[in-house]
Design a protein around this ligand. Sequence first.
Ligand SMILES: C[S@@+](CC[C@H](N)C(=O)[O-])C[C@H]1O[C@@H](n2cnc3c(N)ncnc32)[C@H](O)[C@@H]1O
Ligand code: SF4
Ligand code: SF4
Length: 325
Amino acid sequence: MPTRSFITQRLLSRHWLGSTITTLIRRLGISVEKYALTDVHLELTNICNLKCAMCPTNRGMQREKCCISFELVKKIVEENPQTQSYGLNDWGEPLLHPQFLKIVEFLKGKGKRVYFATNATLMNEGIAEALVHMKVDSIIFSIDGAYEDYEKIRGSDYEKVKANALNLLKVAKERGVSMRTCIVATVGRENEEAIERLRADWNGIMPVTTQPRLLFRKDERKGLCSQLFRNHVIVLSNGKVVPCCADYEGYLEVGDAWKQTLNEIINGEKMKKLRADSSGTFCDFCSEYKSKEAVDRFKTNPIFRKVKMMVGNVWKCELELHKVV
Ligand SMILES: C[S@@+](CC[C@H](N)C(=O)[O-])C[C@H]1O[C@@H](n2cnc3c(N)ncnc32)[C@H](O)[C@@H]1O
Ligand code: SF4
Ligand code: SF4
């Protein structure tokens, strides 16, 4: 039976194109018989030292706070020799895992590609040296504004975070290690205006990419989300498996990595059911790939956008979580 091809995977990783193709595949009644995991996200922990304005982690997340077990990481890697790429975060701050460096060392020792997003507050000189030494492949610094813009959202010290990120770049350069780094700013109405200042502050140092803030509120979803059709799953810190990173509470749980292999889970009945029809699930509450506000916000020109923001409730500043009914 055919496995989804690499080209299809690449196409599906484009948001709008992905959901269009997914809808087309579904309408044509084509089913992919077997998914092969190429990328796994391990939520090292859902504990965090910050309380960012837009993030559910310390603002309403009900899941028990814990750290992933090193034994589980080993089990997953051993069971999935074909999986080459591991992301080390979902919600929570990965550097807070007491065995963070041990997990990185283990994965790199197995020849895996390792990447993660971090708030960089804990990335001291020792950790930077270790990450460069182990040749971690990519690091995303989550910084959503410069100076007071940043501090308003993240409640943390911008200068310190900037110094930590610059130090990592310096160490990598000194050791001649090529590492991909970038800043990712999560953008909502509250920091839209801050992004140009952020870009100016990092000009010539590191690229700044933006991603729309997810909203979690009941809305009409037309068509299935392309996240359900990727060769990718997330293992939450308690071992439960979900299809995507948006599901911060684990509502879409499709398996348990302690009891099943990830291959069994990604090809299992629960995933099949979701791929056939996700209505009535948390997907109804998730703005990923469909938020009209997000699309409009990035498509329209700045003047039109400003007018829209003034006249309409285009983008709310408060964190809106899915309400369990
Ligand atoms: C949840 S954090 C976990 C890793 C780490 N603590 C960090 O801040 O990078 C991963 C990414 O999710 C983003 N994020 C937080 N809340 C979000 C939301 N409501 N919608 C979209 N992205 C969000 C963060 O800005 C960050 O880039
Ligand atoms: S965005 Fe990252 S740093 Fe901020 S609260 Fe969420 S998990 Fe913590
Ligand atoms: S929760 Fe959101 S991102 Fe995840 S599969 Fe559903 S719609 Fe897609």
